[in-house]
Write a protein that binds this ligand. Structure first.
Ligand code: SAM
Length: 274
């Protein structure tokens, strides 16, 4: 049953179906996140903050890396997601996973504490990335790392080309804008780091690709089958465009020679120098 979206304007909403989509998404993209965490050398005893943690899928990976002497705090506005994570922690007897309900902009975070602040697929939804990041910079200990994984919404493509689906990158970017977000947000992060004394240490884009039976195309299907109708409801596209986009997508799904390319997901990391 759908749960209410208890933080109003968040574009994707919060409900059981979205939780399951996030789990599937983690199955497809988790290896990219793990590689990023590997490059960051996350280790025993680290104190980590997972911002916009949702149900804590990255928090759970971080917990394994930091061990019993470390600690992971999941921050999210959604009680529904945090309750789900608390249940996992309770069922598994984890004592080093904490939850804070709130937003990055308004939570009362401890100053200069965290070794790592991780933010996956959140900042593209927020209206003011600088306002979102400033309290996070302040919560990093000197030498602490902020790591962001999010879109630079280029690269999304279906081969063979030539149908209405070629317009989809523009449609998705407009959909993000309709919720106050920016699907190009990772392009802005290096400048924000520079402005606030964070030294950029990693800027790595990833595009995943696969055919109709691949995990990555199924990941896209779970997003687009749900969100194309919502894009029409919001007036980002007309009903006729929605029908044509869905028909083009489905015909590519039936074609064994289709190749799907994901939008770029960019790993951005920086170190707090003051
Ligand atoms: C697409 S989900 C990503 C969840 C998780 N990071 C992951 O990668 O599986 C985005 C999450 O950001 C949260 N969120 C939205 N706006 C936020 C804000 N201003 N501060 C913190 N979290 C926010 C939502 O509640 C949601 O759980």
């Amino acid at each position: 049953m759908p749960q209410s979206n208890n933080h109003g304007s968040y574009l994707l909403g919060v409900n059981q179906q979205e939780l399951e989509r996030l789990q599937f998404q983690h199955g497809v993209w988790g290896h990219v996140t793990k590689k990023f965490l590997g490059r960051l050398n996350v280790g025993n005893g680290w104190r980590c903050l997972d911002v916009g943690a949702g149900p804590g899928l990255v928090s759970m990976d971080l917990r394994e890396l930091v061990g019993q002497t470390g600690e992971v705090t999941a921050l999210d506005p959604s009680q529904f997601y945090l309750d789900w994570l608390r249940k996992q922690a309770g069922d598994n007897g984890w004592t080093n996973v904490k939850c804070i309900q709130g937003t990055a902009e308004s939570a009362d975070l401890p100053p200069h504490l965290y070794d790592l602040i991780f933010v996956r697929w959140v900042i593209a939804f927020v209206p003011d990335p600088e306002k979102f990041l400033l309290p996070l910079f302040n919560a990093l200990r000197p030498g602490g790392i902020i790591a962001i994984q999010d879109y630079y919404y280029e690269g999304l493509s279906l081969f063979p080309r030539g149908g209405i689906w070629d317009t989809m990158p523009d449609v998705v970017r407009a959909y993000y804008r309709s919720g106050g977000g920016d699907a190009y947000v990772t392009g802005k992060i290096p400048a924000l780091f520079r402005k606030h004394g964070i030294e950029l240490t990693d800027l790595t884009p990833t595009c995943l690709s696969g055919g109709p039976t691949s995990g990555v195309m199924e990941w896209a299907h779970r997003f687009f089958s749900l969100h194309i109708p919502l894009m029409a409801e919001k007036g980002v596209i007309s009903n006729e465009q929605a029908d044509a986009l869905t028909a083009d997508w489905n015909s590519h799904r039936r074609n064994p020679d289709t190749v799907f390319f994901s939008p770029l997901v960019v790993d951005v990391a920086g170190i707090a120098r003051r």
